[in-house]
Design a protein around this ligand. Structure first.
Ligand code: CTP
Length: 211
């Protein structure tokens, strides 16, 4: 199977939303699943752009990496990297940000009140975009009703496929994952496996679909 000549865009990792110059809102994503997807796609011959939030991971061989911090930077980097044949959005993007204070918040001033502002939903924007990649794949991190909520996200965000995973255990940061692939054709329950193995299997399916 070869993906030679195809451009695959992958997002990975968490985002950091600043509260003030020293504090951020973050999440537990390690970036491992997204980096594994980028590595597998490059191994399959694709040209890969990996847009990565703040993570401590090596860039996979043959992958062009763009580092970002915030959801807004991630969104800008994704749209700047288009056109792509496939987008696989694995990043755990913050759903909200706050208006950051320009100076460090001081403890003596008492607990701050954070006013949350929604971020851009990159998957939904791509789903509705005129430059939508031919194959648009999202991940759905859920702690309950995993498949049901994954199916709802597939429809709501106009994705072709959703890879739904249960993150109630130590999946975020762990080495293994258990996912359900949700497509127009139905639901496949994949056995628990190393994140690299899940990535290879997903890339193989991408090759079958567009190769
Ligand atoms: N996503 C995105 N931009 C956002 C939020 C999420 O592109 N601002 C993408 C993720 O990369 C993933 C998919 O949307 O591919 C689903 O992300 P998830 O966090 O599971 O869902 P949310 O839309 O954030 O919904 P909720 O937090 O209610 O589960």
């Amino acid at each position: 199977m070869t993906l030679a000549g195809k451009h695959i865009l992958v997002t990975a990792g968490p985002t950091h939303e600043p509260i003030d110059p020293v504090r951020v809102l973050a999440n537990r994503s390690s970036g491992r699943q997204g980096f594994a997807v980028a590595a597998a796609a490059a191994e399959a011959g694709a040209r890969v752009t990996l847009i990565a939030g703040p993570v401590a991971l090596e860039t996979p061989t043959g992958v062009q990496r763009v580092d970002v911090e915030t959801a807004a930077e991630l969104a800008d980097a994704v749209f700047a990297a288009l056109p792509a044949d496939v987008a696989i959005l694995v990043a755990a993007v913050a759903d909200w940000r706050v208006e950051p204070a320009s100076a460090k918040l001081k403890k003596g001033d008492g607990p701050p009140t954070l006013a949350f502002v929604p971020t851009r939903d990159i998957l939904a924007e791509l789903g509705a975009s005129t430059s939508r990649p031919r194959l648009l794949i999202g991940f759905a991190a859920e702690t309950e009703r995993v498949v049901e909520q994954g199916m709802a996200k597939r429809t709501a965000k106009k994705a072709d496929w959703i890879v739904a995973n249960d993150v109630s255990g130590d999946v975020m940061g762990g080495a293994r994952n258990r996912v359900h692939l949700i497509t127009a054709g139905g639901i496949e329950d994949w056995p628990e496996a190393a994140k690299e193995e899940i990535a290879r299997r997903l890339v193989e399916r991408v090759g079958e679909e567009i190769g």
